[in-house]
Design a protein around this ligand. Structure first.
Ligand SMILES: Cc1ncc(COP(=O)(O)O)c(C=O)c1O
Length: 459
């Protein structure tokens, strides 16, 4: 059985507010067949998600077939930045559909050019060209190849990349090597010896001298055989995903200094945090970092599959030269129409500034909850409308994933959808369009859920 949660309908209290409706057992009995069918034909990782069969999603609300309605704090998985089924995006997709051009491979199209022009304009001054792909992993794969090609152009041994242990860059081979996913690397039976992994600088201990820690960690890699002269670039996940962990500022400043001194490329994976999610267009703007390459995806269209790599003409030309600049579905006209409308929506509704403002409501609320449940909550991380709440076992002080899953489940039963990570963190990422009132109502439901699970859970 691939499901982490029970999909047997369970009687739960009735809920009816402006933003939430729970009027059946959960999951609703009429959706159970959908889970059974999924179990019959699919072995995907759908099972780790909460047992709700989505029927429709509009703005920041998710509905099932029975008419139950949830406040969405997931944006599916950090995608629906401009809101689910955003009217401007829907219209753009429909208009493109009606033009009878639904696929165009690499042939030039007007819609692709319009989207590219908008994307490059919104990414200035960080790049003047963009490559398009359909998924985040593909974009990271291209970044990986560009970095290596850049180094090797200078010197054939210069193909080293520094990345971070456990960083999420997707599920393709380069992404898994960048992450150092030992499980799958054992299956490949192969590992690029020129990727060097820094431990992620977990910001748990404020007393750590982070600038020194960066240099110490680099020295460790050098001791292990890394030659700095053979490094081409550093690949950073904008923050470490599972816990919304941002790099400590003194650490990142030292990293920037190191990259500059050694003339290394800096590539930032903004697939999860880009396009306004943290209250800035790009997460790296919080760090004062100026990257050479940016990978974007997810919230780039708020809907259809679309990803991009942004950089200079010279760097992106390497992708062309080494044949990693395209794929069958890259720059699909429907996706480009969605992407263009999405960027226009983000801009015209001031969603980035609004996200920074709403982030204050979210974090004020979360910090109040943390102060109330100090024995259960270890950390609140994030920025803008991206947060992670890390739970701990009150007896051992260690990470607590069972309790965390139960909080996600109870919140769902009450009409709030959270990102279940299968570990001690709950991630929070509502569409950037969420209203203040719905955000506040979500906070109240989240608090209630922690409170109720806290009273009954056996640690
Ligand atoms: C930071 C980051 N990079 C890359 C990816 C991979 O993107 P995709 O699933 O579209 O291939 C993800 C997906 O979760 C991500 O969070």
């Amino acid at each position: 059985m691939p499901f982490n949660f029970d999909f047997k309908p369970k009687k739960v209290p009735f809920v009816q507010t402006k933003f939430r409706t729970i009027k059946t057992k959960i999951p609703s009995p009429e959706t159970v067949e959908i889970f059974r069918e999924m179990d019959k034909y699919n072995t995907g990782s759908g099972g780790v998600q909460l047992p709700i069969a989505w029927d429709k999603a509009i703005d920041f609300s998710v509905y099932d077939k029975a008419g139950n309605k949830w406040i969405d704090w997931t944006s599916t998985i950090f995608v629906a930045n401009a809101g689910h089924a955003n009217p401007r995006i829907k219209k753009a997709i429909k208009d493109q559909l009606d033009k009878d051009l639904v696929h165009s491979y690499n042939y030039p199209t007007e819609i692709r050019n319009k989207f590219l022009a908008k994307l490059v304009k919104m990414s200035k001054p960080y790049g003047d060209r963009a490559l398009l792909f359909s998924g985040g992993s593909e974009a990271c794969e291209a970044v990986f190849a560009i970095m290596k090609a850049y180094g090797q152009k200078k010197n054939k041994d210069k193909s080293g990349i520094i990345s971070f242990q456990n960083a999420m860059h997707g599920v393709t081979m380069a992404a898994q090597m960048l992450k150092n996913n030992k499980k799958v690397l054992a299956v490949y039976g192969f590992k690029d010896p020129n990727i060097f992994h820094l431990p992620f600088p977990f910001n748990w201990d404020e007393k750590v001298n982070w600038a020194k820690k960066f240099n110490d960690d680099i020295s460790e890699l050098v001791k292990g055989g890394m030659k700095i002269k053979n490094i081409s670039g550093i690949m950073l996940e904008a923050y470490q995903g599972w816990g919304a962990l941002f790099y400590p500022m003194p650490y990142i400043k030292e990293l920037i200094k190191f990259a500059k001194k050694n003339k290394l490329l800096l590539a930032v994976d903004e697939i999860q945090g880009g396009c306004g999610r943290t209250g800035k267009m790009f997460v790296f703007e919080h760090y004062g970092l100026k990257p050479d390459l940016i990978a974007l995806g997810k919230g780039l269209s708020s809907s259809l599959p679309l990803s991009a790599v942004i950089g200079s003409k010279e760097l992106l030309a390497l992708a062309e030269e080494f044949d990693v600049a395209h794929s069958t579905h890259s720059g699909n006209p429907l996706s480009c129409a969605a992407g263009l409308a999405n960027l226009e929506e983000i801009e015209s509704r001031n969603l980035i500034t609004e996200t920074a403002r709403k982030g204050k409501i979210l974090f004020d609320g979360l910090n109040k909850i943390k102060n109330k449940y100090l024995q259960l909550i270890a950390h609140i991380n994030g920025k803008g409308l991206l947060a992670a709440v890390l739970f701990k076992n009150p007896k051992t002080g260690g990470p607590e994933s069972k309790f965390t899953s139960r909080v996600c489940e109870l919140a769902m039963e009450k009409g709030l959808l959270l990102v279940h990570t299968s570990r001690e963190s709950i991630k929070i990422a509502p569409p950037l369009t969420i209203s203040d009132a719905a955000l506040r109502e979500g906070l109240a439901v989240f608090e209630e859920s922690i409170d109720e699970v806290g009273k009954s859970h056996k640690f």
